[in-house]
Design a protein around this ligand. Structure first.
Ligand code: GLY
Length: 422
């Protein structure tokens, strides 16, 4: 098979690493990809939101499947355009993609179809949002309505911080994504990320993990796109998985189909396991980053048949995937200053060393300069990922890779997986 993989982050490097291991794959092309992905895929410099360019590239390589990594491609309508071109596509339509591209849409969707989530208020101006604040208790959760690369959420401890976050959002901090703001009730509980595949009618759960969203150890600092993950996460008891499947996953797929946009691809359910059962924090219409990294390390099955079955409406005939009976950990190495102002261009050495059979360092935001030196080119730069018989072993291997990489302008959290290790 010829496969076009769209995207350039750590999630896409993890997908490339797993897809390239499939005996079904003859040619894997990544657009635009990143320097690390060059080990698994041919890189083509077409942006992830250049819908016309990507469809042309898919045709040029006679793609049997297009795999969409990032939400920006979904929102740009890539899924619709690929399907219209007659090419099987793993990734939803832009209409279904509203489950991520608009938090206000998703809250109304939850109301419409009875999915459990937090109380909320959608506000179109700073005055409206300030007036709505007394309806909530601290800490206040303030979210940009639109896509903000995982950085559109502020959790404010005080009313003053909340008002400042509201003013920031309406002052343009998130660009067009902050034209509306959603205030939410703060949910108490443990966070979890569960993934489910859907082919438009049939669906299956496809793994789970736990992410660390705050920038610094001890769950301190600003919210980020995710600083590290581990899988499996003990929060996902069989009972919780079943509750998430029946209360969130299946109603979501049924609801979006009833709205006229049957879902095709992976749905990422970010949930809070509360005393009253799982509640939706948000949906994302792609694999999580860096959740995908630990899932790909643990996935024993060939991923390609699952991606293709989603694209071709054949999921009902697929067995449940098999997972290694091991733990996996991903530690994000970020550029100093992330998420607010990541230092650009820091030199990196040693990232492409051989760290052993159970460790892989994935690239997330890197580039090579003209002299061939690897440099940081984004907030989250590298992902040190490892498997182990225990979570502790996986974590120690991942941090051994972190410690062997020379990235003076980088930082990472040192406590990934702490909840399962105490
Ligand atoms: N790690 C959370 C996300 O991918 O949005």
């Amino acid at each position: 098979m010829n496969i076009l993989l769209v995207g350039s982050g750590g999630r896409e490097h993890a997908l490339a690493w797993k897809i390239a291991a499939s005996p079904l794959v003859r040619r894997l092309v990544a657009a635009p990809g990143n320097p690390g992905m060059a080990a698994q895929a041919e890189l083509r410099n077409v942006s992830a939101t250049d819908v016309e360019g990507l469809v042309a590239l898919a045709r040029e390589i006679a793609a049997d499947l297009v795999v969409i990594g990032p939400e920006s491609s979904v929102a740009a309508g890539l899924g619709d355009a690929v399907v219209a071109a007659g090419i099987p596509c793993f990734g939803p339509s832009a209409q279904a993609g509203q489950l991520e591209s608009s938090k206000a849409f998703t809250k109304a969707f939850c109301d419409r179809y009875g999915l459990p989530t937090s109380a909320y208020a959608v506000c179109g101006s700073a005055a409206e949002a300030r007036a709505a604040l007394p309806r909530f208790q601290p800490p206040y959760v303030i979210k940009a309505d639109g896509l903000a690369a995982g950085k559109g959420v502020v959790i404010a401890a005080t009313r003053e911080e909340a008002e400042a976050a509201i003013d920031d959002a309406f002052g343009g901090r998130f660009g067009a994504a902050g034209a509306r703001v959603v205030l939410e009730e703060f949910l108490e509980g443990e966070i979890g990320s569960l993934f489910a595949l859907c082919d438009g009618k049939d669906s299956m759960v496809f793994g789970w993990a736990q992410d660390h969203k705050r920038a610094f150890d001890g769950e301190q600092g600003p919210n980020t796109g995710g600083m590290g993950t581990y899988s499996p996460a003990p929060v996902f008891t069989p009972e919780l998985v079943e509750q998430v499947r029946t209360r969130l996953v299946e109603p979501a797929f049924a609801g979006i189909a009833a709205d006229g946009a049957p879902y095709r691809g992976v749905l990422f359910v970010e949930l809070m396991a509360t005393r009253d059962g799982p509640k939706l924090v948000e949906f994302n219409v792609r694999f999580g980053d860096p959740e995908c990294q630990v899932l790909m390390l643990r996935l024993e099955s060939d991923i390609v048949p699952y991606l293709l079955a989603c694209a071709q409406g054949r999921l009902a005939g697929m067995p449940a995937p098999t997972w290694r009976d091991e733990s996996a950990v991903c530690v994000v190495m970020a550029a100093r200053g992330y998420p607010e102002k990541p230092a650009a261009g820091g030199a990196i050495n040693g990232a492409d060393a051989d760290f052993g059979a159970d460790t892989v360092v994935l690239h997330a935001g890197t580039k090579r300069d003209e002299a061939g030196q690897l440099r940081a080119s984004g907030g989250r730069v590298l992902n040190a990922c490892a498997r182990g018989a225990t979570l502790r072993e996986a974590r120690d291997r991942a941090y051994a890779a972190v410690d062997a990489i020379d990235f003076p302008d980088g930082f990472c959290r040192r406590d990934i997986g702490w909840r399962a290790l105490v």
